[in-house]
Design a protein around this ligand. Sequence first.
Ligand SMILES: *[C@@H]1O[C@H](CO)[C@@H](O)[C@H](O)[C@H]1NC(C)=O
Ligand SMILES: *[C@@H]1O[C@H](CO)[C@@H](O)[C@H](O)[C@H]1NC(C)=O
Length: 286
Amino acid sequence: MASGRSLLVLLLPILMAAAVLSASAAGPGDIAVFWGRNKEEGTLREACDTGTYNTVIISFLTGFGNYGNKYTLNLSGHPLAGVGDDIKHCKSKGILVLLSIGGPNGTYSLPSPQSAFSLADYLWTSFLGGSHTGVHRPFGDAVIDGVDFYIDQGGADHYDELARRLASLSYNKVTLSATVRCRYPDPHMTSALATGLFSRVHVRLYGDLKCTWADREAFEAWAVAYPASKMFVGVVASPDVDQDAYMFQKDLYYNVLQFAQKLPNYGGLMIWNRYYDKRDHYISSS
Ligand SMILES: *[C@@H]1O[C@H](CO)[C@@H](O)[C@H](O)[C@H]1NC(C)=O
Ligand SMILES: *[C@@H]1O[C@H](CO)[C@@H](O)[C@H](O)[C@H]1NC(C)=O
């Protein structure tokens, strides 16, 4: 007959296993992935058919604003034909489709309020719900769900005007997200985020500021600063992107998520990017 104490000793591993199971059952939340950074990653449709992602972020609109109002879409050599149908396919599966503007390697800035309005009108008529006869729509009649702001260079001005204009053109229907540097605040996005129009913030816990999950207070600072936005932990899918910031899956699940999921506005993970995720099976198994 086991005493109470030895019974507990016997039960403890079982209880712990159950705790781990229930923690992993809670899952990582929504998973967003950047697509469009490497032609070898396969099509957008294929990414959506993995069943892994709830959001795909087409990247990037690398040129806008200061450059003669010329807009440059860089999908790293993916053929444009077919992307529109793939967007429709992804949306039919309930996957949110965003287009990201800016990025680490573009040439962009908004020198004036007028350039912000022009960009908003361009995004509205060329990718979102608006249309004008004669306006070229790179993805045809496919309508994306929203715009991700990945502003990493140039001035910080007028992105608030861009956000407001997009919101008003769409009667607040368009989803706005911000993909920010890990350290709070990110000067490029401060005024835009102050509009309160961004429903999600993806925090890049990697990259040139030497961010890793060891800086998790940085993530917490973002979460506290924008309680009305869903917060996403941005991670790299391969050590090839950022060796110092790369986390093994078990650390991601049992360390990062255990902490992040306790924040009331935790939204999920943002994976950089589909190419590495497909190649290394970081989150996706295909
Ligand atoms: C598109 O982006 C890729 C990746 O950053 C870059 O290597 C390439 O030169 C860009 N293409 C153009 C036409 O700018
Ligand atoms: C893009 O920008 C990143 C970060 O600034 C840099 O490390 C990388 O070399 C750039 N890639 C290209 C193709 O210019």
